[in-house]
Design a protein. Structure first.
Length: 431
């Protein structure tokens, strides 16, 4: 099925059509705002450190506390989303994270800012799970990779807008607190629109309501799927590298080049242009390759992350003032190749599970992503402090985490590709 038609799948719900496009648009816009609110901290980290008197370890801990809290909450919230209302969950979470983003700017100490950032994670915990479950149900499965690719454009676009606009506001309009005040507004506005989206009930093909297992039994059943298990572990390692990049690269630019946060934000945005290219092209690429190779949705990420690890080695080796242009060319390519497999991996979480577990399947991916990768910012900060807290110490900590985790993720995805076709078949037979 190549056209996006309105095809009934359950009483009161249909695939495709205007309602599907509206759901995709609203969820993608909120995902963009979500990452604006996340990424702004990285670009104002240096002025915030000076203002609040933080060490690199404390600065890294701000990021790690956010991601670990997100990890602990993502799966339980996703479990509830499958049993309640996706559109209401999406709207409420947007309102919560926007409110606490505003409160971050009020923080006057490490504890105040850390508390506000942890509270932001409460609002963001189940947003991706609810959105992915809603939009993948709204379109034919043949288009799943590209639809998820479009949704995931929110990550690079939001991150780019966060560092560009956030850096500019910080440098020119009242310091590091201003972006947090401004960025809270669009989340509230679009969060309210989510309450009017078209939702669906989890039912069997015959129309009867699906019986839900308990939380632990559902989690065990998901980890028992081999390709899904390897996807979870590989995604955790991939996110450790991503988190390090987003948390520390603007600060690394500032320390090596001496530019202000607005310039660092613009340079970081160049890298994020690459991630946008990789995200959208990866969705179309994997859908095409999957028709010819039933392992493509896991083989593509395995190849991409291996190339990314090699690219990272070259880029960081050349990262000096004299070689800055070549470094950023490589970093743009790195951003693209890192994100090439994300739509495919997120599709896997929906391909190998039954309809009543789609939200929780993605929620567990979020748990592994944030818990398995959320430790990286504080570890980088600790390495940097141990080595003196200068640009060289930060570079060593940054490189050691990014390169090793990219290599590990490639191994995991390759292992998972061996089980993926049979797991898809098993899920289809259980419908």
């Amino acid at each position: 099925m190549n056209k996006i038609n309105s095809v009934p799948i359950k009483p009161g719900f249909s695939r495709g059509g205007v309602s599907a496009h509206i759901s995709l648009a609203v969820c993608t816009l909120l995902f963009t705002i979500n990452f604006m609110d996340r990424s702004v901290l990285s670009v104002v980290l240096e002025p915030m450190k000076k203002d609040l008197g933080l060490s690199d370890t404390q600065a890294g801990l701000l990021q790690t506390a956010f991601f670990i809290s997100l990890a602990l909450l993502s799966t339980p919230v996703a479990y509830l989303v499958d049993r309640w209302s996706r559109k209401k969950a999406i709207g409420i979470m947007a309102l919560l994270w926007s409110g606490f983003t505003f409160l971050t700017g009020i923080g006057r100490s490490f504890l105040h800012v850390a508390t506000a950032r942890v509270a932001v994670s409460v609002g963001e915990a189940g947003f991706s799970s609810g959105s992915i479950a809603l939009i993948t149900a709204s379109y034919p499965k043949e288009l799943r990779g590209r639809i998820i690719g479009i949704f995931n454009l929110g990550l690079p676009i939001g991150s780019a807008l966060g560092v560009i606009i956030g850096g500019y506001l910080s440098a020119n309009f009242g310091g590091w607190r201003t972006p947090f005040y401004i960025f809270a507004i669009p989340g509230v506005l679009f969060g309210l629109t989510a309450f009017f989206l078209k939702d669906y009930k989890t039912e069997t093909n015959s129309g009867s309501t699906i019986k839900h297992n308990g939380f632990l039994k559902s989690a065990r059943s998901l980890f028992a799927i081999p390709s899904l298990r390897w996807t979870y572990f590989g995604y955790a390692m991939l996110n450790a590298s991503f988190t390090t990049l987003f948390a520390w690269f603007p600060a690394l630019i500032i320390r090596i080049s001496g530019v202000a946060e607005d310039k660092a934000g613009s340079l970081m945005a160049l890298v994020l242009i690459g991630t946008a290219i990789g995200t959208i092209s990866g969705g179309f690429l994997v859908d095409g390759w999957q028709r010819r190779n039933n392992q493509a949705r896991m083989q593509l990420p395995a190849i991409a992350t291996l190339i990314a690890a090699l690219t990272m080695i070259a880029a960081l080796y050349l990262f000096t003032l004299k070689m800055m242009v070549l470094t950023f060319v490589l970093m743009i390519f790195l951003g693209a190749i890192c994100c090439l497999g994300i739509p495919a991996l997120q599709s896997v979480t929906q391909d190998v599970v039954s309809p009543n577990l789609k939200g929780m399947s993605f929620g567990l991916l979020m748990f592994m992503m944030y818990f398995g990768g959320g430790w990286s910012p504080v570890v980088v900060g600790m390495i940097s402090d141990y080595l003196g807290g200068d640009s060289q110490g930060l570079l060593i900590g940054f490189a050691s985490i990014c390169i090793s985790t990219l290599a590990l993720s490639s191994i995991c995805f390759y292992r998972g590709s061996r089980y993926y076709p049979q797991d898809v078949l098993a899920a289809e037979n259980n419908l």
